[in-house]
Design a protein around this ligand. Sequence first.
Ligand code: CMC
Length: 429
Amino acid sequence: MTDISANLVLGDKKVDLPVKSGSIGPDVIDIGALYKNTGTFTYDPGFTSTASCESKITYIDGDNGILLHRGYPIEQLAEHGDFLETCYLLLYGELPSAAQKKDFDHRVTMHTMVHEQMSRFFTGFRRDAHPMAVMCGCVGALSAFYHDSTDITDPHQRMVASLRMIAKMPTLAAMAYKYHIGQPFVYPQNDLDYASNFLRMCFAVPCEEYKVNPVLSRAMDRIFILHADHEQNASTSTVRLAGSSGANPFACIAAGIACLWGPAHGGANEAALNMLTEIGTVDRIPEYIARAKDKNDPFRLMGFGHRVYKNYDPRAKIMQKTTHEVLGELGHKDDPLLQVAMELERIALTDEYFIEKKLYPNIDFYSGITLKAMGFPTTMFTVLFALARTVGWIAQWAEMIEDPQQRIGRPRQLYTGEPQRDYVPVSKR
Ligand code: CMC
C-alpha cells in the first residue's frame, strides 16, 4: 500500500481509493470497495487497465521489451538455463541448486508415461482432427485417470498433479502428432532430456534407430523456455478463472488449452506461417502490407503486434536467432519463407503505420518457420506452445490456490438489454 490514494468524485459522493504498489511496474488503484461505497462498477472490456490479481511469478515491461521470470531476464534463462530449470523457477520461485535440479528432473521424468488406456482416447478422434482439439479432450481426460492428484486442498496432490502435467504434456502432444500422421505411438525414453525425449517421441519410428540432433534439441528446449509463462494473458487468466471455482487442475489446464487455440493468442504461430506461405515471394509483400493497413480489410499481419509489448518482443529476438541456428543446421538457409519473413519484418519496422501503432514482431513470427524446418506440421505449432505454457499455467494456478485472499472470480457487467417486461403468450406475439 502507498501513502497516496485516488480520489473519485461521483456526483455528490466522494471516495478515497487506496493505491497499491508492486515491486516494479505501475501502481494499481484498489477498487474492491467501490461497489459497496458507490453502487457503481468499473468498465474495462479486454482488461486494458485492469490488474486481475497479485502475482510474484512473471513481470513484463511492454514499453521497454522486458520479460522477467521471478526477476530473471528471459534472455539469460534462454541462454544459460534449460526448460526444466525454468519450470522449477516458475513453480518454486528460486533457481534450483544442482541437487535440487537433479531431484526435480527425476521427479518430472518418472511421470512421462501416460496411462495405457489413454491411447484409446486418441483412437476415438478422426485422424484429420486438429491436434489442438485432441489435446483439449485428452488433457481434460487426465482428471479421469489420476484421481489421486485432484484434491486441490492437499499441497502434495497439487504438486503431483503439476509434475504429472509437465511430464505428460510432451507424451500427449507427440501422441496427438503420431495419431494424426498414422504412425505408432512412441513411448518416452527417460534417459533422454526433456526436449530430446519429445523429439524422439515425435520423429522416431519402430523400424529405424533415431538419433537426436543436439542443435535441434537445444532449439526445442529454448522454444519451450520462451513460451513457459507470460503473466496474465488470455489463457492464463482462463486457467485462473476456471481454477477459482475449485475445479481440478487437469480440467483447468484443458480450459487454458482451449483459450490458447485462438488465432489472436497461441494460434498465431500457425496463422503466421500460413500467411508467410500465402505471401510466398518477397515481391508480393507490399500487397499484404497494404491490406494490413486497410481499415476495410480484416487482414492483419500475423505475428505482429501485442497487447502488452509496444516494443520488440524480447522472445522474438531470441527466436529469430534460434531460427537461423536451426535453418543453418538443416541447410535451409535459403528457405523462401525465411526470406519473406526477414523482408516483411524489415519493411514493417520502417513503415509509418507499424511505427505509429508500435507493432513489432512477436514470438509467433519466427517460431513457425523454425518448427516447420524441424519437421512439425503447422497444426502442431499451437500444441507445442500449449506444452511449454503448461508450467506457467500451473504455477499461476498454484499461486492462486495458495493465496489466502482467493475467491471465485466473478466479473460484473454493464447491462444494456431489455429492462424487466412481462411475458407475452405465444398467441399474442
Ligand atoms: N496487423 C495490422 N494492424 C494491426 C495488427 C496487425 N498484426 N495488430 C494490431 N493492429 C492495429 C489494429 O488494427 C489497431 O488499429 P486502430 O487503432 O487503427 O484500430 C491497432 O493496431 C491496435 O490493435 P488492437 O487490436 O486494438 O490491439 P490489441 O492489443 O487488442 O491486440 C493482438 C493485440 C496481438 C491481438 C493484435 O496485435 C493482433 O491481432 N496481432 C496478430 C495476431 C498475433 O500475432 N497474435 C500473437 C500475439 S503474441 C503470442 C501470444 O501472446 O499469444
